[in-house]
Design a protein around this ligand. Structure first.
Ligand SMILES: *Cc1c(COP(=O)(O)O)cnc(C)c1O
Length: 234
């Protein structure tokens, strides 16, 4: 059962907290959007969110987008891929997604471009950059970003809009904030080299105020909107 009253309250509370973080950072709340992350939640929950006026959702598995898009056929929904993407999923992504925020390697750019050409579509993309120390984190190494952006010019179906990152899981707020600050500096350095990257997607339920303080234009929020996730036992 989805509690639509709870969902509306959560959504309003998150928007309020985001606005508050903007004011504390001296920023205009209109500069920061919220990407609701619906991963692991079923089509009924997405439908309830649609009723709240949300129509753009972050997902980390292409199979989930396929299943939900099928169940919600006829609804106008923008699906945003935020999870690690295997090259063999490029075809489904080219068909179903409105945006990919986890572009982290040329092989994937190439595969997406080929499929997008076949579909006669373009796709907004953010380059996911690794700013955390953990080995487990995906993302392009920061030092490779300038060359990567140059190479992406060969794939005109990919419209490069900005950068995305996941901060370290550290308990130390300073370390978390440093990851976000690093992404902003990279963006500014790229701008100086002629790559205009307006968007910075960074910050999740547990750390978004730091991301907003460091210049996020978009925060990706799952738990604080939809509640905690339960994963099926393998
Ligand atoms: C799950 C996920 C989020 C949202 O995380 P919450 O802590 O639930 O807000 C944000 N970004 C990515 C890449 C995710 O996989």
């Amino acid at each position: 059962m989805i509690d639509t009253v709870q969902l509306a309250a959560n959504w309003n509370a998150v928007r309020r907290r985001v606005d508050e973080a903007c004011r504390e950072a001296g920023r205009d709340p209109g500069e920061v959007s919220i990407l609701p992350v619906s991963k692991t939640f079923g089509p009924d929950v997405v439908r309830a969110a649609l009723a709240q006026g949300l129509n753009r959702f972050g997902e980390n598995k292409v199979q989930e987008i396929k299943d939900k898009a099928t169940a919600l056929a006829g609804e106008s929904i923008d699906w945003v891929v935020i999870g690690h993407l295997q090259t063999n999923k490029a075809k489904d992504v080219a068909r179903l997604a409105s945006e990919v925020q986890s572009l982290d390697r040329l092989e994937l750019a190439e595969a997406l471009h080929r499929r997008l050409e076949a579909e006669n579509r373009t796709l907004d993309v953010l380059v996911q950059v690794k700013t955390a120390r953990e080995e487990s984190k995906h993302g392009l190494p920061a030092e490779e970003l300038p060359a990567f952006l140059e190479c992406l010019r060969a794939y005109p179906t990919l419209r490069v809009k900005g950068l995305m990152t996941l901060a370290t899981l550290s308990e130390d707020p300073g370390e978390v904030r440093a990851c976000f600050g690093h992404l902003r500096e990279l963006r500014d350095r790229c701008a100086a080299e002629g790559h205009l990257l307006a968007r910075l997607s960074m910050g999740m339920s547990g750390d978004f105020p730091f991301a907003i303080a460091e210049g996020a234009t978009e925060v990706r929020i799952g738990t604080a909107i939809f509640g905690s996730r339960s994963y099926p036992v393998a």
